[in-house]
Each structure stands twice: as structure tokens, then as C-alpha cells.
Design a protein around this ligand. Sequence first.
Ligand code: PMP
Length: 466
Amino acid sequence: MNTVLRNTPDLETLDKRYLFHPFTALADHERNGPMIIVKGEGVWLEDNNGKRYIDGMAGLWCVNVGYGRKEIADAIQHQAVTLPYFHSFSSWTTDTPILLAERLIEMAPVPMSKVFFGQSGSDANDTQVKLVWYYNNARGKPLKKKIIARNRGYHGVTVVAGSLTGMPSLHSGFDLPLSFVRHTTAPYRLWEAEPGMSDEAFTAKLAKDLEDLIVAEGPDTVGAVIMEPVMGAGGVIVPPKGYYKAIRAVLDRHDVLLIADEVISGFGRLGTMFGATAMEMQPDLITVAKGITSAYVPLSGCMVSEKVWRGIVDGQATLGAFGHGYTYSAHPLAAAAALANLDIIEKDGLVAQAADRGAFMHRQLQRAFADHPLVGEIRGMGLVGAIEFVAKKQPATRFEPSLKIAGRIVKAALAHGLITRALPHADTISFSPPFVISEDEITQMVSRAREAVDAVMDELVREKIW
Ligand code: PMP
């Protein structure tokens, strides 16, 4: 810890003067300034005033092994001293990315052939789109270029990934989505299913919506569909049973590839190593990031099936060079961190632990919130959960969006020493703590959340809003 820096009285002023924050209300920030975290240990964070928080979100759904893991720091240090960098263009490479690629292919939830590495979930999803395009050009189907994602899906913010993301607030202001992107219905029972609809009927409706869209666009123009096994930032939405089987059948009828965006679900979050296993999903391409290094350093990957790989290799004869790659693709230091992170996950049995602690968390959430007058739904799977708030339960009625209910709750939770997140386009707060969270810490997390929700309910009553 750099105590000199920590005690610099001007850190807040310097931040306001120089740092352009992502996903931030910028005018508010200019007035109110930053919240500065200076230290982390396990599930606990400490800010520059010494206040401690439970990190109920593992950063942004990513610090899965928790803060302060010396094994990862040592691996990074060793790699930085041995060889901080060399590239992977033109058949060059370094040792750690080879070992990591082998390990990923061996642990993949469905047979996969190769891994292409990037830096972030966003750039990896951009790569996936380029792989689909190159593959379809290679096999003489140059019109098959449209990509379908889901409303509320989150796939990143680069120009392509931001287009795939199904959230209007990420499009307005940036002239997105791009013209080749379409969106279909989210498997969002609370708002998309008829009251009392069975899982089978809801699944059939969702599969039909997708098929109608593919047929309306023309199947010979649709290249791929991208889906998170369980939708994360869009509201922690768990599809009904049988959903991906029905989706796969639609895609097979129309020769459309499936990209599983496992950026959140990969490496244990849902209580299985990959979300595709938990959700019985059969993807052709898989995107990973976040949990691959537990965010100690940036790294992402695109896992590619043999079918797509072979198509791309064969296509080079006619298409020429595979003109895609980043300076930091297959970065040796990131790969060293990933290997150390995967060692921890395996040695400490953290996937099974995420399943166990997840079950405990869901019991606690049910106990604390099931009967709460503001709660419309409690959702999740494994160690990811969410609570959606409603103005009225029967029939479910949303709050006026300008009230920003979830934002108020998140702010109140901070006062109680809990970091959670308000999800856009849903009055929902989410929980996605590090897998090392203890039962006692889960109990504290849930009770702090309950205190925050009660505090906001009191405010709403006082303000005669509710
Ligand atoms: N896909 C999913 C499912 C994500 O949750 C995220 C990030 N929250 C991304 C892609 C984008 O990742 P990044 O922020 O690393 O670009």
C-alpha cells in the first residue's frame, strides 16, 4: 500500500480534473467527485477514508477468487521478470498462452478446438462477429452476416459489441446499433410471460419469436445468435428449462451459429465451470473474460469449434490473410495470471463452493425479501442473484423509471457498507460476490441489503411516493 498516495488530500480534486470515468453521470461526478478504493482482502474493500465495504459484486462480476491472492501476484511478478511481453503474430508466441489455451480447450463445456485471446469481453465479442463473417465468406455464404442478440443482453460497448448489447441507453448518443444487428425477446418471465404460463409454453413463445425474426430477415442473411447463458447486467435473468434446446433446434433449422457469451458465467459463477453446462447450451463459439484471471489483469478469449476453425483455415486459400489480431493477443503476463487463477479455482474447489454458497445466498435472499412489500421477484443461480422491485405486486407494476429506485437502494447500501449494483432498465439490484465469501459474510451482505431497502421504503413513504 502506498501510504503517501493514500493520504494525498488532493486525490479527489485530481480525479475530477483529469480522470474520464466510464459509465458515469459526468456532470454529477464533476460536482460530487469519486469514491476511491485503496485496498482489498477477500470480499472486503477499503476506501481512502478507511471505510470498509463488503464487495457484493466482486468488482464487476469478476474478482471471483477474491482480493489479495498472493499466488496470482507472484505469477504476474515472475512472468514480468522472465518475459513481460512478446507477440503472437506470424506464428510467434510465448509459453504461457499455449499452456492456457490447452487448459481451456480441455475444460470447455462442449468440444472446442482453438482459443483466440483478446483483452476484454467487448473486443472478444467483436472478434466473434468477425470469425462468423470470415467463416461464412469462406464457405461461400457472404450474405449470412446479420447477428441476433436479445433485448437486455449485455455484450460490451465497442461499436459492434455495443450494438449487440440490447440496452437503449448504450445506443442513444452513439448512433447504435449498427445495421446488421437485430434483437429478440429476453427470457424474462416477470415482464414477457403471460400470467401463469408454464415453462414449456414460455420457451415455445421465445423460440417462436426468434424463428419468426430469422424467417422475416431471411435465413440466408443471418450468421449467428449471441446469448449469455444467464443474462447478467440486463437483470440476472435465468431462462426457463429447455430454452437452449429449443433455441438450438431453431438455429439448426436455419444454419445459424450460436455464440455463448460466458464473460460472467465462465469459470464457476453459476456453480458449474461454464454456464453452458448449467443451462444445457450447445454453442459453436464461446466468449470468456472476467473470471479467467479474476480480473487481476485484463484477458479475454474466443473459443472456437473445429467446424468454424476448419472453415476459417480452408477459407484462407481464397480470402487471403486472416487480417485480425491485437498487439496484446495472447499476452504472456495475462496468461500467467490466468493459469495461477485457474490453479486456485481447482485446488480450492471454488466451483463447488460457488454452488454451495450460492444456494445459501438464495435461501438468505428468500428469507429476507420474499415477503417484502417492494419486492417483485428474487432471481439467480449459483453465486449470482438479483432482486427486482415493483410499485405493486399484483399485477406486477413498475415504478416510474425517473424515481431510480434501484439507484437509491444501491446508495443506501453503500451507507451500510455494502457494494451492490443497480442494473439498467430494470429496478433491480444484483449480487455477485467473490466465491470465497463465507456464510457469515453472506448473512451480513443480505442483512445490509435489507436495511438499505427498508431505508428507501421509509423515504418513499415520507415523500408520499409509495
Ligand atoms: N459480455 C458480458 C456477458 C458481460 O457481462 C460483459 C461485461 N460486463 C461484457 C461482455 C463486456 O466485457 P468488457 O467490459 O470486459 O468489455
